[in-house]
Design a protein around this ligand. Structure first.
Ligand SMILES: *Cc1c(COP(=O)(O)O)cnc(C)c1O
Length: 477
């Protein structure tokens, strides 16, 4: 409104060549609705500048741990928009969508190959829904064997919050197993906890500390000997592609987020996809539908003893197309180099920052590193302040205060797509901020300084958000 100039317009229309007609009253615009009068160029500048006030992977380094905010080739978006794929209707006859169902079948096969768990359903719409489906499969398996007293899900204290939540939703009782000082599962504690009530043990691989579990073979054996199943949370497969197959480790069920590892960013606010992968024995319990090839035709089939449908239709198709394009374009060697570079980049950051930031578990990491701002906290500067200060340098904050077993956690996932120069810049900025916590603490505790909005009152922002412009707000300013 403050830019409005009476009579200025963003359009010009030719003289009308049809007779003038009065509009009926109810179709008239309200005369109390004031609209700004601005030129087209002003409108474009206004919205272009607004659109750039957000951080995005296309504009900023985005080391948000656990979320894999890497660069995803734009061509994969274009492919998912091909009219033959984008304009399909979920209810159209399967004979008229053979190519699309074939794509789903081939993606299932590729995900089965990557995880070593060959039976796949693409139905789940998020990582958490993949977990839920996988846990219902575990329950269905035990119930089918009349092993009905198995109602316990054992979950490490470092787990992603969705794990205990999904287990509870699936009707299981959650029992927590501790971590040892090296960030691994406390194996003797696990041995004590696993018994004839154990339905499933749920482990994030790599762990939320960004670490590989060295005792994994012993762990899967303990659980299998107790008659339970092993569930791997493979939401983020960025460290494992073409290097480790979860099935080879003794895992029975896993899910993966296509919207992390496979060409769709997490946290993009759009649809997600969390396929569930299982061993052959569990295939008959998968949620429907599962794409299959029978007698030369591709069909969407319902597994024999399916846990049922967990949403409408067959999952997020456009996300599946992106993942398919990504996997096919990279091939085995390409996928392996994704993981190797993700691991090297995370370790490069870890090695260069460990002098200034506490490294709670002193081991090489996988695709992400968890540092702690505990030293800075002793000087009165919290992890949150450091995250805010990073914004002044055009760097998105890392994931903070997670995993909860690390004090002042800063979970940094650089991803494979960043150059050494970007990582060096990030490292230099993190060192500078550490220096500021000693010499100029206010600069950090009051950050950000250079953004359109400075430090927010987070409680009010969450409880009383102002989501639209109103003239009253302007007058108040
Ligand atoms: C992201 C993530 C999830 C949950 O995925 P959503 O799609 O957000 O439901 C589960 N586990 C781990 C380890 C994750 O990183």
């Amino acid at each position: 409104m403050d830019r409005s100039v009476t009579g200025r317009k963003a359009f010009s229309l030719p003289e009308s060549d049809v007779p003038f007609q009065e509009m009926p009253d109810r179709a008239q615009m309200r005369d109390d609705l004031e609209l700004p009068e601005v030129s087209q160029l002003e409108v474009i500048r206004y919205f272009s500048i607004l659109s750039q006030r957000n951080f995005s992977i296309d504009t900023n380094f985005y080391p948000l741990g656990s979320c894999t905010m890497k660069y995803n080739p734009k061509i994969n978006d274009e492919l998912s928009n091909i009219p033959g794929l984008a304009d399909l209707h979920p209810l159209q006859p399967q004979d008229t969508a053979q190519g699309a169902i074939r794509l789903l079948k081939e993606l299932q096969d590729d995900l089965g190959e990557i995880t070593g768990l060959p039976a796949v359903s693409l139905a789940p719409l998020a990582g958490a829904q993949g977990e839920y489906a996988g846990l219902l499969i575990a329950r269905a398996y035990h119930e089918a064997r009349n092993d009905t007293q198995r109602t316990v899900a054992i979950i490490p204290d470092s787990a992603h919050g969705t794990n205990p939540a999904s287990a509870t939703m699936a009707g299981l009782d959650v029992v927590t197993v501790g971590s040892d000082p090296n960030g691994n599962v406390d194996v003797s504690n696990l041995r004590e906890l696993s018994d004839s009530r154990t339905a499933v043990f749920m482990l994030t691989i790599p762990s939320t500390l960004g670490l590989f579990e060295p005792n994994i073979l012993e762990i899967t054996e303990i659980i299998h000997n107790a008659g339970g199943l092993v569930y791997a949370d493979g939401a983020n497969l960025n460290a494992l592609l073409g290097i480790v197959k979860l099935g080879d480790l003794g895992v029975d069920i896993c899910h993966s987020n296509l919207h992390k590892t496979f060409s769709t960013p997490h946290g993009g606010g759009g649809p997600g996809s969390g396929p569930v992968m299982v061993s052959d024995v569990l295939a008959k319990f998968l949620p429907d539908p599962v794409a299959e090839k029978r007698d030369g035709r591709y069909i969407l089939a319902n597994p024999e003893q399916s846990i049922g449908s967990i949403n409408g239709f067959h999952g997020s198709f456009s996300i599946a197309v992106r993942a398919y394009a990504y996997i096919k374009a990279l091939g085995l060697e390409g996928l392996q180099s994704v993981s190797k570079n993700a691991i090297i980049n995370a370790n490069y950051v870890q090695t260069n920052l460990r002098d200034k930031y506490n490294l709670p578990v002193d081991r090489y990491c996988m695709h992400e590193t968890v540092l702690s701002a505990s030293r800075q906290k002793d000087r009165g500067i919290a992890g949150l302040d450091i995250a805010k200060r990073l914004l002044d340098f055009g760097i998105h904050a890392p994931t903070m205060y997670f995993p909860m077993i690390v004090d002042e956690a800063l979970m940094i996932e650089p991803t494979e797509s960043e150059s050494k120069e970007t990582l060096d810049h990030f490292i230099a900025v993190m060192k500078q901020i550490d220096d500021e916590t000693v010499n100029n603490a206010e600069l950090v505790s009051d950050a950000p300084h250079d953004l359109p909005v400075t430090r927010l009152d987070e409680a009010s922002a969450a409880r009383k958000p102002i989501l639209r412009w109103s003239p009253v707000d302007l007058d108040d300013q």
